[in-house]
Design a protein around this ligand. Structure first.
Ligand code: ZN
Length: 357
């Protein structure tokens, strides 16, 4: 397929940076940059296995050559082994919030994987305390809002997921953890395996926010089954929804947002180029989506890099970008007051650029 490349002018880049953005698909463990990784390994006296790239440069080369999702995950789980203390989790999250704020991201809903830490003997209290303190400090220091979403690792048995949900009870009760997601290797572990986990959390907290990774490597039925069996109200990735007209119609009618991750999809070879993603199709069919960075330390870019990459392939105009920004706000899990504030900021930025773009 021949792709058109659009220019992202300096003016457009400034607009995209200032445009209020919300991030809904971001794994905090996936923001672990090689410099922080090696710093924490040293701080915690951790010896990485001999197969792990020994320098920052070699890490970066490895990141340019993931063969697929599983190859990435194999590296990712070793990398997160340097996270041990509350301070480590705090430093990790603060580094992300600092970068996201600089990119014009005003509201983030961020994932973490407790099972990846519990199995290494790190308690849930250590993980959540570090992350939640960073959330509070980001709010105070940057004026941004954020929410924590706990994810279950789908390559582990659902019984394990049930235990984690039970142990996180007090955090859901206090609103420190806002939602539940499902990540890791998708294809061999369809959503229906986790029906009981989602049902358990819903029975305890009927208003809890639910999402799941689906339709990245799995086909579009993974998206349908996540909606029908897990009762999620958002889908992470969901690119394979493009293969079903009836599913796209449903996503549009029910305003179920897809959290797309363009640069991640290229790095993990879901598509060869951002231009092959159905982003224009979704926009045309009224399927709401947001644009996100997934695991930015590994996939070559934070949220603004993803916006710019989409622009260079689709050349959207100001009105289309405004729609994308508003869809991200509307699909967020913040309260109506915050959404209203963000919508007003979108109007302000768009008015500033309407005559120059
Ligand atoms: Zn993801």
């Amino acid at each position: 397929m021949t792709l058109t490349k659009y220019e992202c002018s300096d003016c457009m880049q400034k607009f995209l940076k200032e445009l209020p953005k919300c991030e809904h698909h971001l794994h905090l463990e996936g923001t672990l940059e090689p410099d922080l990784l090696f710093k924490l390994a040293k701080r915690n006296n951790i010896t990485l296995p001999p197969t792990f790239p020994p320098t920052i440069e070699q890490c970066k080369t490895r990141y340019d050559n993931f063969s697929d999702l599983q190859d990435f995950l194999d590296h990712y789980y070793i990398g997160m082994s340097v996270l041990v203390t509350e301070q480590d989790f705090y430093d990790l999250a603060m580094a992300y919030f600092t970068k996201a704020t600089a990119d014009g991201c005003l509201h983030s809903e961020v994932f973490f994987d407790p099972q990846g830490h519990l199995e290494r003997g790190i308690s849930l209290d250590v993980v959540v305390s570090g992350l939640s303190h960073a959330c509070e400090d980001a709010r105070t220091s940057f004026g941004t809002t954020n929410k924590l979403i706990m994810c279950l690792l789908r390559h582990l048995p659902s019984e394990d997921g049930l235990k984690v949900i039970e142990s996180a009870d007090k955090y859901y009760q206090d609103g420190i953890i806002h939602g539940l997601g499902l990540d890791s290797s998708e294809k061999p572990f369809p959503p229906e395996l986790f029906e009981e986990c989602y049902a358990l959390l819903r029975s305890k907290f009927p208003e809890v926010a639910l999402t799941a990774h689906a339709g990245e490597e799995g086909d579009y039925t993974f998206v349908e089954n996540s909606l029908d069996k897990l009762k999620v109200t958002r889908i992470d990735h969901g690119v394979n929804s493009k293969h079903s007209e009836s599913l796209m119609k449903r996503l549009s009618e029910e305003q179920i947002m897809l959290s797309l991750c363009p640069l991640s999809n290229v790095k993990l070879q879901v598509v060869q180029d951002v231009g092959h993603l159905p982003i224009d199709l979704f926009l045309e069919r009224g399927v709401p989506f947001s644009i996100n960075s997934d695991d930015p330390a590994y996939f070559g870019g934070y949220i603004l890099d993803n916006y710019v990459a989409v622009h260079t392939r689709f050349g959207f105009n100001l009105e289309q970008w405004k729609q994308i920004s508003l869809n991200g706000i509307n699909g967020s899990w913040c309260d109506e007051g915050r959404k209203q504030e963000l919508r007003m900021l979108v109007d302000k930025v768009c008015s500033k650029y309407v005559d120059v773009l």
